[in-house]
Unconditional design. Structure first.
Length: 255
């Protein structure tokens, strides 16, 4: 089940990526004239398809991560979750652009999807808008790919899906502002101060995740040591009891 930190971080990731979304997807939405002379149903369908693709991919990756039931794997994913939150915070604040590598890697995947999506242009009906949104959820975007990797660390299909659903909902204000021509909303979401605040919150969440994981790992290691020590004491006591039961009392030294 998704916790408060995961939920808030997922939504903030989507919201803080406003400038990035407007740069990559916003131009597409404006070019398609969504919410303009087209039907409002097409606009809603497009964004619903986009968010549905995030949610479905999150569920699939969460399911795949959960298929490996190894303690070290789980701890490793928790560390990865913390590091990804920090990396995305740095990316959003434009302090480090390492995540952009994922965009270049995803360009190969995007090419066949782009060819497929062209079949639904120009948009005339809402099913075309939904199908196009499903395809556009796969476009090469470092923020999307890193968010998917982060969601997969939950190791649960429903939790990972919920995290990506909230991420998608977080992107809606910026994307709808573009579709509907709300310049004032776009200006607010592009403000540097807002992005810095959200970036710092994400970095703090990542640092807290790393701290909790490290503390839990140390506690687990201590518990395992205590368990083995207890097992050894119990085994020794059982052997002594067995000897006594068979009339074999321990040897006592002669006087």
């Amino acid at each position: 089940m998704i916790d408060a930190t995961q939920a808030s971080s997922a939504f903030l990731l989507g919201l803080s990526g406003a400038g990035h979304c407007l740069g990559m997807c916003g131009g597409i939405a404006a070019a398609l004239n969504l919410g303009g002379t087209r039907s409002t149903a097409i606009t809603i369908a497009y964004h619903s398809g986009r968010i549905a693709s995030y949610t479905l991919l999150g569920a699939l990756l969460g399911l795949a991560a959960a298929s490996i039931d190894i303690g070290a794997w789980t701890i490793g994913l928790r560390y990865l979750a913390g590091l990804l939150l920090i990396a995305m915070g740095l990316y959003i604040a434009n302090w480090w652009r390492g995540i952009a590598v994922l965009e270049r890697a995803g360009a190969t995947l995007w090419q066949p999807v782009q060819r497929l999506s062209s079949k639904w242009l120009p948009l005339q009906r809402w099913p075309q808008g939904f199908a196009l949104g499903l395809c556009w959820g796969l476009m090469p975007c470092g923020l999307i790919y890193s968010s998917l990797a982060w969601a997969a660390t939950a190791q649960d299909a429903s939790t990972s899906a919920a995290m990506m659903l909230l991420f998608g909902l977080g992107t809606l204000p910026a994307m709808l502002a573009t579709s509907l021509g709300a310049a004032r909303v776009q200006a607010v979401l592009r403000q540097r101060g807002l992005k810095i605040v959200i970036a710092v919150l994400l970095i703090c969440s990542g640092a807290w995740t790393l701290y909790i994981t490290a503390a839990h790992s140390g506690h687990s290691g201590h518990s395992d040591h205590s368990y083995h020590a207890s097992r050894e004491d119990h085994t020794g006591h059982s052997s002594h009891s067995a000897e006594t039961a068979h009339g074999q009392s321990p040897q006592t030294p002669p006087e």
